[in-house]
Ligand binder design. Structure first.
Ligand code: MEV
Length: 426
Protein backbone atom coordinates (compact mmCIF):
# COMPACT_ATOMS: atom_id res chain seq x y z
CA UNK A 1 0.00 0.00 0.00
CA UNK A 2 1.63 3.23 -1.13
CA UNK A 3 -1.12 5.72 -0.44
CA UNK A 4 -4.62 5.82 1.01
CA UNK A 5 -5.37 9.00 -0.92
CA UNK A 6 -7.26 8.17 -4.09
CA UNK A 7 -8.51 11.28 -5.82
CA UNK A 8 -11.98 11.17 -7.34
CA UNK A 9 -12.87 7.85 -5.64
CA UNK A 10 -16.32 9.21 -4.84
CA UNK A 11 -17.13 9.77 -8.52
CA UNK A 12 -15.96 6.37 -9.80
CA UNK A 13 -18.22 3.44 -10.62
CA UNK A 14 -18.21 0.53 -8.19
CA UNK A 15 -16.07 -1.51 -10.59
CA UNK A 16 -13.56 1.31 -10.96
CA UNK A 17 -13.33 1.66 -7.18
CA UNK A 18 -12.74 -2.07 -6.74
CA UNK A 19 -10.06 -1.95 -9.43
CA UNK A 20 -8.32 0.90 -7.58
CA UNK A 21 -8.23 -1.23 -4.45
CA UNK A 22 -6.91 -4.20 -6.38
CA UNK A 23 -4.09 -2.03 -7.71
CA UNK A 24 -3.34 -0.49 -4.32
CA UNK A 25 -3.35 -3.65 -2.23
CA UNK A 26 -2.66 -6.49 -4.71
CA UNK A 27 -6.12 -7.99 -4.31
CA UNK A 28 -7.11 -10.93 -6.50
CA UNK A 29 -10.32 -11.37 -8.53
CA UNK A 30 -11.71 -13.75 -5.83
CA UNK A 31 -11.08 -11.04 -3.20
CA UNK A 32 -12.96 -8.49 -5.27
CA UNK A 33 -15.61 -11.08 -6.09
CA UNK A 34 -16.25 -11.63 -2.39
CA UNK A 35 -17.23 -7.98 -2.08
CA UNK A 36 -19.34 -8.00 -5.23
CA UNK A 37 -21.38 -10.96 -4.04
CA UNK A 38 -21.45 -10.05 -0.35
CA UNK A 39 -19.02 -12.83 0.51
CA UNK A 40 -21.00 -15.89 1.54
CA UNK A 41 -23.67 -18.05 -0.05
CA UNK A 42 -26.85 -19.05 1.76
CA UNK A 43 -25.41 -22.58 1.93
CA UNK A 44 -22.30 -21.31 3.70
CA UNK A 45 -24.50 -19.27 6.03
CA UNK A 46 -26.41 -22.43 6.85
CA UNK A 47 -23.23 -23.76 8.46
CA UNK A 48 -22.64 -20.60 10.48
CA UNK A 49 -25.85 -20.22 12.50
CA UNK A 50 -29.11 -22.10 13.00
CA UNK A 51 -32.41 -22.05 11.09
CA UNK A 52 -30.89 -20.07 8.21
CA UNK A 53 -33.33 -18.75 5.61
CA UNK A 54 -31.03 -16.48 3.61
CA UNK A 55 -28.65 -13.55 3.76
CA UNK A 56 -28.95 -9.93 4.85
CA UNK A 57 -26.65 -7.42 3.17
CA UNK A 58 -25.15 -4.12 4.32
CA UNK A 59 -23.16 -1.56 2.31
CA UNK A 60 -19.37 -1.83 2.38
CA UNK A 61 -17.49 1.45 1.86
CA UNK A 62 -13.83 2.41 1.98
CA UNK A 63 -12.52 5.17 4.23
CA UNK A 64 -9.67 7.01 2.51
CA UNK A 65 -6.75 9.13 3.70
CA UNK A 66 -5.91 7.12 6.83
CA UNK A 67 -2.33 7.06 8.02
CA UNK A 68 -1.76 5.00 11.17
CA UNK A 69 1.71 4.85 12.72
CA UNK A 70 3.18 6.33 9.57
CA UNK A 71 1.58 3.75 7.25
CA UNK A 72 -1.20 4.48 4.81
CA UNK A 73 -4.19 2.20 5.04
CA UNK A 74 -7.47 1.88 3.14
CA UNK A 75 -10.15 1.05 5.67
CA UNK A 76 -13.19 -1.14 4.89
CA UNK A 77 -16.36 -0.08 6.72
CA UNK A 78 -19.61 -2.04 6.78
CA UNK A 79 -22.65 -0.06 7.89
CA UNK A 80 -25.98 1.35 6.80
CA UNK A 81 -25.60 4.94 8.07
CA UNK A 82 -24.89 7.76 5.60
CA UNK A 83 -22.08 10.27 6.25
CA UNK A 84 -19.95 7.94 8.40
CA UNK A 85 -17.48 6.84 5.70
CA UNK A 86 -17.24 10.38 4.32
CA UNK A 87 -16.78 11.81 7.84
CA UNK A 88 -13.99 9.37 8.72
CA UNK A 89 -12.22 9.97 5.40
CA UNK A 90 -12.37 13.74 5.78
CA UNK A 91 -11.07 13.73 9.36
CA UNK A 92 -8.28 11.33 8.34
CA UNK A 93 -7.32 13.89 5.70
CA UNK A 94 -7.15 16.67 8.31
CA UNK A 95 -5.17 14.40 10.64
CA UNK A 96 -2.58 13.75 7.91
CA UNK A 97 -1.55 17.37 8.19
CA UNK A 98 -0.43 16.53 11.74
CA UNK A 99 1.20 13.17 10.93
CA UNK A 100 -1.91 10.96 10.97
CA UNK A 101 -2.81 8.72 13.88
CA UNK A 102 -0.36 7.35 16.43
CA UNK A 103 -1.73 4.15 17.89
CA UNK A 104 -0.55 1.55 20.39
CA UNK A 105 -1.90 -1.61 21.97
CA UNK A 106 -1.24 -3.62 25.09
CA UNK A 107 -0.53 -7.34 24.83
CA UNK A 108 -3.70 -9.15 23.69
CA UNK A 109 -4.68 -10.28 27.19
CA UNK A 110 -8.20 -11.56 27.74
CA UNK A 111 -9.83 -12.36 31.07
CA UNK A 112 -11.64 -15.62 31.76
CA UNK A 113 -13.91 -15.72 34.81
CA UNK A 114 -14.71 -18.65 37.07
CA UNK A 115 -17.40 -18.10 39.69
CA UNK A 116 -16.83 -20.34 42.72
CA UNK A 117 -19.90 -20.81 44.93
CA UNK A 118 -20.63 -22.89 48.06
CA UNK A 119 -17.25 -22.04 49.58
CA UNK A 120 -17.14 -22.29 53.40
CA UNK A 121 -14.26 -19.87 53.98
CA UNK A 122 -13.66 -17.41 51.16
CA UNK A 123 -10.37 -16.04 52.52
CA UNK A 124 -8.91 -19.47 53.03
CA UNK A 125 -10.01 -20.62 49.56
CA UNK A 126 -8.53 -17.52 47.95
CA UNK A 127 -5.11 -18.15 49.46
CA UNK A 128 -5.21 -21.84 48.60
CA UNK A 129 -5.70 -20.89 44.96
CA UNK A 130 -2.78 -18.45 45.07
CA UNK A 131 -0.59 -21.16 46.65
CA UNK A 132 -1.19 -23.34 43.57
CA UNK A 133 -1.05 -20.51 41.04
CA UNK A 134 2.04 -21.78 39.19
CA UNK A 135 0.51 -25.24 38.80
CA UNK A 136 -2.85 -23.87 37.63
CA UNK A 137 -1.18 -21.56 35.12
CA UNK A 138 0.95 -24.41 33.78
CA UNK A 139 -2.20 -26.49 33.27
CA UNK A 140 -4.02 -23.62 31.52
CA UNK A 141 -0.94 -22.92 29.43
CA UNK A 142 -0.80 -26.45 28.03
CA UNK A 143 -4.38 -26.39 26.71
CA UNK A 144 -3.82 -24.66 23.40
CA UNK A 145 -0.52 -25.71 21.78
CA UNK A 146 -1.16 -23.63 18.65
CA UNK A 147 -1.65 -20.46 20.66
CA UNK A 148 1.44 -21.34 22.66
CA UNK A 149 3.46 -21.85 19.49
CA UNK A 150 2.60 -18.30 18.45
CA UNK A 151 3.64 -16.88 21.83
CA UNK A 152 0.27 -16.87 23.63
CA UNK A 153 -0.89 -18.72 26.71
CA UNK A 154 -1.82 -18.34 30.38
CA UNK A 155 -0.23 -15.31 32.02
CA UNK A 156 -1.75 -14.73 35.44
CA UNK A 157 -4.40 -15.75 37.91
CA UNK A 158 -6.24 -13.37 40.24
CA UNK A 159 -8.78 -14.16 42.92
CA UNK A 160 -11.52 -11.74 43.96
CA UNK A 161 -13.99 -12.06 46.82
CA UNK A 162 -17.58 -10.83 46.64
CA UNK A 163 -19.01 -10.90 50.13
CA UNK A 164 -22.47 -9.52 49.49
CA UNK A 165 -24.54 -10.81 46.62
CA UNK A 166 -28.11 -12.11 46.35
CA UNK A 167 -26.73 -15.60 47.09
CA UNK A 168 -24.23 -14.46 49.73
CA UNK A 169 -20.46 -14.60 49.28
CA UNK A 170 -18.54 -16.22 46.46
CA UNK A 171 -15.12 -16.17 44.81
CA UNK A 172 -14.26 -15.12 41.30
CA UNK A 173 -11.06 -16.42 39.74
CA UNK A 174 -9.68 -14.46 36.80
CA UNK A 175 -7.49 -16.27 34.33
CA UNK A 176 -5.45 -13.81 32.28
CA UNK A 177 -4.70 -15.31 28.89
CA UNK A 178 -2.62 -13.98 26.01
CA UNK A 179 -4.65 -14.86 22.92
CA UNK A 180 -2.27 -13.33 20.32
CA UNK A 181 -4.14 -12.91 17.00
CA UNK A 182 -7.40 -14.55 18.05
CA UNK A 183 -10.41 -12.77 19.49
CA UNK A 184 -9.86 -15.30 22.23
CA UNK A 185 -13.30 -16.34 23.45
CA UNK A 186 -12.83 -20.00 22.52
CA UNK A 187 -9.35 -20.33 23.97
CA UNK A 188 -10.32 -18.62 27.23
CA UNK A 189 -13.60 -20.45 27.69
CA UNK A 190 -11.88 -23.79 27.08
CA UNK A 191 -9.13 -22.94 29.57
CA UNK A 192 -11.67 -21.94 32.25
CA UNK A 193 -13.68 -25.12 31.76
CA UNK A 194 -10.49 -27.17 32.01
CA UNK A 195 -9.30 -25.48 35.23
CA UNK A 196 -12.66 -25.72 36.98
CA UNK A 197 -12.24 -29.22 38.54
CA UNK A 198 -8.84 -28.22 39.97
CA UNK A 199 -10.33 -25.04 41.48
CA UNK A 200 -13.17 -27.09 42.98
CA UNK A 201 -10.74 -29.56 44.53
CA UNK A 202 -8.71 -26.72 46.03
CA UNK A 203 -11.60 -24.70 47.44
CA UNK A 204 -14.20 -27.36 48.26
CA UNK A 205 -16.66 -25.12 46.37
CA UNK A 206 -18.44 -25.48 43.07
CA UNK A 207 -17.28 -23.69 39.94
CA UNK A 208 -20.48 -22.31 38.49
CA UNK A 209 -19.91 -19.96 35.49
CA UNK A 210 -16.79 -20.33 33.36
CA UNK A 211 -16.74 -17.64 30.72
CA UNK A 212 -14.70 -14.84 29.17
CA UNK A 213 -15.30 -11.26 30.35
CA UNK A 214 -16.14 -8.71 27.65
CA UNK A 215 -14.71 -5.99 29.85
CA UNK A 216 -11.39 -6.61 28.13
CA UNK A 217 -9.53 -3.96 30.12
CA UNK A 218 -6.17 -5.75 29.75
CA UNK A 219 -6.46 -5.57 25.98
CA UNK A 220 -6.49 -1.86 25.28
CA UNK A 221 -6.00 0.07 22.06
CA UNK A 222 -5.04 3.75 22.12
CA UNK A 223 -4.95 6.36 19.36
CA UNK A 224 -3.84 9.97 19.30
CA UNK A 225 -3.95 12.68 16.67
CA UNK A 226 -2.83 16.30 16.42
CA UNK A 227 -4.67 18.53 13.99
CA UNK A 228 -2.93 21.79 13.07
CA UNK A 229 -5.34 24.53 14.08
CA UNK A 230 -5.13 26.10 10.60
CA UNK A 231 -6.38 22.87 8.99
CA UNK A 232 -9.61 23.12 10.99
CA UNK A 233 -10.87 26.36 9.40
CA UNK A 234 -13.76 26.13 6.91
CA UNK A 235 -16.51 28.39 5.55
CA UNK A 236 -16.86 31.22 8.06
CA UNK A 237 -15.36 29.23 10.95
CA UNK A 238 -11.79 29.97 12.03
CA UNK A 239 -9.54 27.10 13.08
CA UNK A 240 -9.61 28.36 16.67
CA UNK A 241 -13.42 28.41 16.67
CA UNK A 242 -13.64 24.84 15.40
CA UNK A 243 -10.97 23.65 17.85
CA UNK A 244 -12.62 25.31 20.85
CA UNK A 245 -16.02 24.10 19.71
CA UNK A 246 -14.76 20.51 19.63
CA UNK A 247 -13.17 20.87 23.06
CA UNK A 248 -16.39 22.31 24.54
CA UNK A 249 -18.38 19.47 22.95
CA UNK A 250 -16.01 16.97 24.55
CA UNK A 251 -16.43 18.71 27.93
CA UNK A 252 -20.18 18.07 27.69
CA UNK A 253 -19.59 14.32 27.18
CA UNK A 254 -16.96 14.24 29.92
CA UNK A 255 -19.46 15.31 32.59
CA UNK A 256 -22.90 14.21 31.38
CA UNK A 257 -23.70 10.50 30.80
CA UNK A 258 -26.69 11.44 28.60
CA UNK A 259 -24.32 13.17 26.20
CA UNK A 260 -21.47 10.65 26.73
CA UNK A 261 -23.70 7.81 25.48
CA UNK A 262 -24.28 9.65 22.18
CA UNK A 263 -20.67 10.82 21.94
CA UNK A 264 -19.46 7.23 22.40
CA UNK A 265 -22.07 6.02 19.91
CA UNK A 266 -20.39 8.28 17.37
CA UNK A 267 -17.05 6.61 18.16
CA UNK A 268 -18.68 3.21 17.74
CA UNK A 269 -20.04 4.22 14.32
CA UNK A 270 -16.45 4.03 13.14
CA UNK A 271 -15.26 1.18 15.34
CA UNK A 272 -18.14 -1.21 14.66
CA UNK A 273 -18.06 -0.63 10.92
CA UNK A 274 -14.48 -1.94 10.69
CA UNK A 275 -15.15 -4.65 13.26
CA UNK A 276 -18.06 -5.92 11.14
CA UNK A 277 -16.16 -5.60 7.85
CA UNK A 278 -13.47 -7.88 9.29
CA UNK A 279 -15.94 -10.47 10.59
CA UNK A 280 -15.34 -9.67 14.25
CA UNK A 281 -17.86 -9.74 17.11
CA UNK A 282 -19.17 -6.19 17.40
CA UNK A 283 -21.41 -7.02 20.37
CA UNK A 284 -18.27 -7.93 22.31
CA UNK A 285 -16.63 -4.66 21.31
CA UNK A 286 -19.74 -2.64 22.23
CA UNK A 287 -20.03 -4.36 25.62
CA UNK A 288 -16.36 -3.74 26.37
CA UNK A 289 -16.45 -0.12 25.26
CA UNK A 290 -19.42 0.93 27.37
CA UNK A 291 -18.28 -1.03 30.43
CA UNK A 292 -14.86 0.65 30.10
CA UNK A 293 -16.50 4.06 29.80
CA UNK A 294 -17.84 3.67 33.33
CA UNK A 295 -14.65 2.26 34.85
CA UNK A 296 -14.30 5.14 37.32
CA UNK A 297 -17.87 4.75 38.55
CA UNK A 298 -19.22 7.49 36.27
CA UNK A 299 -20.15 6.87 32.63
CA UNK A 300 -18.04 9.26 30.55
CA UNK A 301 -16.42 9.90 27.18
CA UNK A 302 -14.01 7.28 25.83
CA UNK A 303 -12.09 10.04 24.03
CA UNK A 304 -10.53 13.33 25.11
CA UNK A 305 -10.05 16.57 23.14
CA UNK A 306 -7.77 19.45 24.12
CA UNK A 307 -4.97 21.57 22.68
CA UNK A 308 -1.19 21.38 22.70
CA UNK A 309 1.31 24.13 23.56
CA UNK A 310 1.06 25.46 19.99
CA UNK A 311 -2.70 25.64 20.04
CA UNK A 312 -3.25 22.58 17.83
CA UNK A 313 -6.18 20.29 18.49
CA UNK A 314 -5.20 17.04 20.20
CA UNK A 315 -7.51 14.02 20.39
CA UNK A 316 -7.05 10.73 22.22
CA UNK A 317 -9.09 7.57 22.42
CA UNK A 318 -8.55 4.57 24.69
CA UNK A 319 -10.79 1.51 24.75
CA UNK A 320 -10.77 -2.28 24.95
CA UNK A 321 -10.33 -3.88 21.54
CA UNK A 322 -10.88 -7.65 21.48
CA UNK A 323 -10.55 -8.32 17.76
CA UNK A 324 -8.89 -11.21 15.97
CA UNK A 325 -7.67 -12.05 12.49
CA UNK A 326 -7.33 -15.82 12.66
CA UNK A 327 -10.59 -17.44 13.79
CA UNK A 328 -14.36 -17.30 13.67
CA UNK A 329 -16.12 -15.43 10.90
CA UNK A 330 -12.90 -13.59 10.02
CA UNK A 331 -11.54 -16.91 8.83
CA UNK A 332 -14.59 -18.30 7.04
CA UNK A 333 -16.08 -15.15 5.51
CA UNK A 334 -14.30 -14.34 2.21
CA UNK A 335 -15.34 -10.66 2.37
CA UNK A 336 -13.82 -10.39 5.85
CA UNK A 337 -10.64 -12.06 4.59
CA UNK A 338 -10.45 -9.56 1.74
CA UNK A 339 -10.95 -6.72 4.24
CA UNK A 340 -8.02 -7.93 6.34
CA UNK A 341 -5.93 -8.30 3.20
CA UNK A 342 -6.83 -4.79 2.01
CA UNK A 343 -5.52 -3.32 5.27
CA UNK A 344 -2.40 -5.47 5.10
CA UNK A 345 -2.55 -6.24 8.82
CA UNK A 346 -0.47 -9.15 10.03
CA UNK A 347 -1.50 -9.13 13.70
CA UNK A 348 -4.69 -8.55 15.67
CA UNK A 349 -2.95 -5.64 17.40
CA UNK A 350 -2.31 -3.89 14.07
CA UNK A 351 -6.01 -4.27 13.27
CA UNK A 352 -6.93 -2.89 16.72
CA UNK A 353 -4.67 0.13 16.12
CA UNK A 354 -6.45 0.93 12.86
CA UNK A 355 -9.90 0.46 14.43
CA UNK A 356 -9.22 2.76 17.37
CA UNK A 357 -7.88 5.40 14.96
CA UNK A 358 -11.08 5.19 12.92
CA UNK A 359 -13.08 5.58 16.15
CA UNK A 360 -11.17 8.76 16.96
CA UNK A 361 -11.67 10.11 13.43
CA UNK A 362 -15.38 9.37 13.56
CA UNK A 363 -15.72 11.07 16.91
CA UNK A 364 -14.01 14.17 15.54
CA UNK A 365 -16.26 14.20 12.48
CA UNK A 366 -19.36 14.24 14.69
CA UNK A 367 -18.02 16.85 17.12
CA UNK A 368 -16.80 19.11 14.33
CA UNK A 369 -20.21 19.07 12.67
CA UNK A 370 -22.13 19.45 15.93
CA UNK A 371 -19.89 22.29 17.11
CA UNK A 372 -20.27 24.26 13.86
CA UNK A 373 -22.98 23.86 11.22
CA UNK A 374 -24.95 21.09 12.99
CA UNK A 375 -25.26 17.47 11.98
CA UNK A 376 -28.20 17.72 9.59
CA UNK A 377 -26.54 19.49 6.68
CA UNK A 378 -24.09 16.68 6.01
CA UNK A 379 -26.74 14.04 6.58
CA UNK A 380 -29.32 15.73 4.42
CA UNK A 381 -28.27 14.81 0.89
CA UNK A 382 -27.59 11.13 1.57
CA UNK A 383 -30.73 10.86 3.65
CA UNK A 384 -32.64 12.51 0.80
CA UNK A 385 -31.38 9.83 -1.59
CA UNK A 386 -32.64 7.09 0.71
CA UNK A 387 -36.03 8.82 0.96
CA UNK A 388 -36.13 9.18 -2.83
CA UNK A 389 -35.45 5.45 -3.26
CA UNK A 390 -38.11 4.64 -0.64
CA UNK A 391 -40.55 6.76 -2.66
CA UNK A 392 -39.89 4.60 -5.71
CA UNK A 393 -37.20 6.59 -7.57
CA UNK A 394 -34.55 4.68 -9.50
CA UNK A 395 -31.65 5.50 -11.86
CA UNK A 396 -31.11 9.23 -12.49
CA UNK A 397 -34.32 10.10 -10.74
CA UNK A 398 -32.82 9.26 -7.33
CA UNK A 399 -30.37 12.13 -7.57
CA UNK A 400 -32.91 14.51 -9.12
CA UNK A 401 -35.58 13.91 -6.47
CA UNK A 402 -32.99 14.12 -3.68
CA UNK A 403 -31.47 17.35 -4.99
CA UNK A 404 -34.85 19.03 -5.20
CA UNK A 405 -35.80 17.97 -1.66
CA UNK A 406 -32.51 19.26 -0.26
CA UNK A 407 -32.97 22.58 -2.10
CA UNK A 408 -36.46 22.87 -0.65
CA UNK A 409 -35.21 21.68 2.78
CA UNK A 410 -38.14 19.26 2.89
CA UNK A 411 -36.90 15.68 3.03
CA UNK A 412 -40.04 13.62 3.42
CA UNK A 413 -41.47 10.62 1.63
CA UNK A 414 -44.72 12.40 0.65
CA UNK A 415 -42.73 15.23 -0.95
CA UNK A 416 -40.44 12.73 -2.67
CA UNK A 417 -43.48 11.01 -4.15
CA UNK A 418 -44.85 14.32 -5.44
CA UNK A 419 -41.53 15.32 -7.02
CA UNK A 420 -41.14 11.88 -8.52
CA UNK A 421 -44.60 12.10 -10.03
CA UNK A 422 -43.91 15.48 -11.59
CA UNK A 423 -40.46 14.49 -12.89
CA UNK A 424 -41.57 11.20 -14.36
CA UNK A 425 -44.70 12.80 -15.80
CA UNK A 426 -47.01 10.18 -14.25
C1 MEV B 1 -24.97 9.62 14.95
O1 MEV B 1 -24.97 8.31 14.44
C2 MEV B 1 -23.75 9.87 15.83
C3 MEV B 1 -23.72 11.24 16.52
O2 MEV B 1 -24.92 11.43 17.27
C4 MEV B 1 -22.51 11.23 17.43
C5 MEV B 1 -22.43 12.44 18.35
O3 MEV B 1 -23.47 13.05 18.66
O4 MEV B 1 -21.31 12.72 18.79
C6 MEV B 1 -23.65 12.35 15.52
Amino acid sequence: MTTSRISGFYNMTLDERRQKLADAAALTPPDLGAWTSGGISADAADHMIENVIGLHSLPLGIALNFMVNGKDVLVPMTLEEPSVVAGASFMAKLARAGGGYQATTTDPLMIGQMQVINVTNLNEAKLKIYEKKAELLAEADSIDPILKKFGGGARDLEVRIFNDSPIGGFLVVHLIYDVRDAMGANAVNTACERLAPKIEALTGGKVHLRILSNLADRRIARARCTIPVKALAFDNFSGEQVRDGIIAAYAFAAVDPYRAATHNKGIMNGVDAVVIATGNDWRAIEAGAHAYAVKNGHYTSLSTWGKDSEGNLVGTLEMPMAVGIVGGATKVHPAAQAAVKLMGVKTANELAEIIVSVGLAQNMAALRALATEGIQRGHMSLHARQVAIAAGASGDLVEKVATQMVAEKVVRIDRAEEILKSLSGK
